[in-house]
Design a protein around this ligand. Structure first.
Ligand SMILES: CC(C)(COP(=O)(O)OP(=O)(O)OC[C@H]1O[C@@H](n2cnc3c(N)ncnc32)[C@H](O)[C@@H]1OP(=O)(O)O)[C@@H](O)C(=O)NCCC(=O)NCCS
Length: 183
């Protein structure tokens, strides 16, 4: 795991990506709850049931050092403050980036990009073929707003599917699956 502080090219932000710790739980919940407007993701994600939305649920789900539901939790830290969170799942030849959040007031400064780069570096160091991820399309056929951001970062759509997660969102929702092949 990288532990070096890396200066992003944008606005000279000094962002450290590190494994999360149990004591980070309240801040992680704050980040998860502040990355979207209330109800903005209705129809796009079953966020209300996520352990990341509630301190006591996340505390119960937490397995030391930094595992939740089999996913590894990393945080982005800037000036000692937690400013982002990402979760990962080992899928053999690929590393799945399950979820990523940056608080709304800090979006657009390069923190999310830095988190994704860190995940890609981690995948490379483990000789993974690709980083994979997904976003949703609601029942009306509208893609979640992060889709162009993923594409900007080099993620290409492989297919769309219905699965357990999309069924938890509701009928007609689909997951847009993406991947970025690593060198
Ligand atoms: C998606 C999210 C993690 C991105 O984090 P962020 O810190 O705002 O992203 P960044 O500041 O690193 O993005 C900046 C880069 O993306 C580009 N970008 C931003 N929005 C874009 C868009 N809609 N389309 C294309 N490119 C976009 C910027 O031009 C910039 O590119 P550059 O670095 O080449 O100049 C954050 O917005 C978030 O938490 N959203 C709510 C939760 C969410 O949607 N998570 C993803 C679920 S699939």
């Amino acid at each position: 795991m990288e532990g070096l502080s890396i200066k992003t090219s944008r606005q000279g932000l000094n962002v450290l990506v590190r494994p999360a710790k149990r004591e980070d739980i309240p801040k992680i919940v704050e980040v998860s709850n502040s990355s979207t407007l209330p109800n903005e993701d209705l129809g796009f994600g079953a966020s209300t049931t996520s352990p990341f939305r509630d301190v006591s649920r996340l505390t119960s789900a937490w397995k030391d050092p930094n595992i939740v539901r089999g996913e590894e939790v990393l945080v982005a830290e800037m000036d000692g403050r937690i400013v982002g969170c990402v979760t990962l799942e080992d899928r053999g030849a690929e590393l799945e980036l399950v979820d990523i959040d940056v608080p709304r007031e800090l979006q657009g400064k390069g923190i999310g990009t830095r988190l994704v780069q860190s995940v890609e570096n981690r995948a490379r160091s483990e000789q993974k073929r690709a980083v994979t991820c997904g976003t949703s399309r609601n029942a009306q056929g509208v893609a979640w707003k992060s889709l162009p951001w993923w594409q900007h970062l080099g993620y290409r759509i492989t297919h769309e599917e219905e699965n357990q997660w999309t069924r938890s969102i509701g009928p007609g929702a689909r997951e847009i699956r993406m991947r970025k092949d690593l060198d």
